[in-house]
Write a new protein. Sequence first.
Length: 114
Amino acid sequence: MVSRLSGSEGFAGFTFLSGCLERMKAGDLFPDAWRAALRSFHGSKLSDRDKGVLETIADILGGSDYESQLHALELNITLLEQNLKEALAEKNTGGKLYRSLGVLLGIGAAIFML
């Protein structure tokens, strides 16, 4: 599964998948390889909260029956969607703030030059 995901175009930005695969080929168990690869994954747009949610996948996959795994993964999807909504709301609020500050600073600079 990790091999297919790491080679998929839809997951190209998640380079930790290839790191996980390399660690598994080196003999690490999936949970350890997943966590280590995710922790070393830098330069992404994933927040620490997102990484925390993704890290729990190591405990979910292979840890229980099929139905329980699906239920737990659906919960993770819900948590990630909630994180996305919060991030978008924060972006919109912060973007307006910075635009307003830019305009105010420009007006202030114009007044100062007069």
